[in-house]
Design a protein around this ligand. Sequence first.
Ligand SMILES: NC(=O)c1ccc[n+]([C@@H]2O[C@H](COP(=O)([O-])OP(=O)(O)OC[C@H]3O[C@@H](n4cnc5c(N)ncnc54)[C@H](OP(=O)(O)O)[C@@H]3O)[C@@H](O)[C@H]2O)c1
Length: 302
Amino acid sequence: MKAAVGAARLGLGTVQLGTPYGVAGDPFPDLQAVRSILDRAARAGVRDLDTAPVYGESEARLGACAPERFRIVTKTPSLEALMHAGGVSGVRTSLEATLGRLGAERVHALLVHAPADLASEAGPALFAELARVKDEGLVQRIGVSARHPEELDLLLERYPLELVQLPLSLLDQRFLTGGQLARLAAAGVEVHARSIFLQGLLLMDPERVPAHLAPVAPRLRALRSATLERGSTPLAEALGFVRAQTGVDVVLCGVHSAAQLEGVLAAWQAAGPHLADARRFALDDLTLMDPARWAERGLPST
Ligand SMILES: NC(=O)c1ccc[n+]([C@@H]2O[C@H](COP(=O)([O-])OP(=O)(O)OC[C@H]3O[C@@H](n4cnc5c(N)ncnc54)[C@H](OP(=O)(O)O)[C@@H]3O)[C@@H](O)[C@H]2O)c1
């Protein structure tokens, strides 16, 4: 059954828990801090975690922190890495290594990490490997981590995707305005929204935005004054906006610390109706919206 409007669950992204990451360049927490974050998240009812083999120590750390409390989504290695290691059958080898690190017999979902891999000539063979590990009961759902709406349109034509992770935020509304969220909801596909703070950029003091991303600062100032008028905060509005979208099942947040998680939990509990006219905050420049393209503006890519 597809979730009703506004019935989204709060989930945790875990790249920040396993490797240095983010626009602010914060160090990543040690194992004890990760344990505190996950314990607190579990007590608050968070069940959904996102990870990947390429997130540094993320999977191993989850494995050390009672992962059976959570519904875990992980991802495939890149097609390039698979080919280098002998072919797409490496999907199974990689998943077995993930399960070993997690100390688990299965995970909730396995996603193709790079959507271009699935769109490529090798896509059908790659997807067949995902279907095989699903048939074997190692994962419950298979799908893709999407980056661009047009690419997802193509993949939905070609593959019976069961779970799609996609970027969605006040600053990046492409999957909403492009109609993909509505299409996924109609098809009953589970949707996990990520990058809802755009790696923390959306929550930054506009005066501290790195020079390369300077065109975002006026949007952040406008957001701050709109939230002040409402007695709200950018954090609450960023969460409320994504949570309110029909078709979103899980709202994934990344946190670097227990303090950040407390902020997220408080804002999640307090979330009311979101900002009117949220469209005005949307960017239209991909080199600002897509962190993988920030390198083109002079920042390290992720
Ligand atoms: N292609 C993919 O599959 C893909 C790509 C990207 C991410 N992901 C997944 O999505 C997850 C989320 O990552 P994201 O890049 O999308 O990050 P995000 O959730 O948009 O932003 C997370 C960042 O926001 C800041 N933040 C969080 N709570 C805060 C609070 N209470 N107060 C102030 N700042 C706060 C922190 O950054 P600072 O501490 O740096 O300020 C934190 O690292 C990742 O962990 C990963 O699992 C997947």
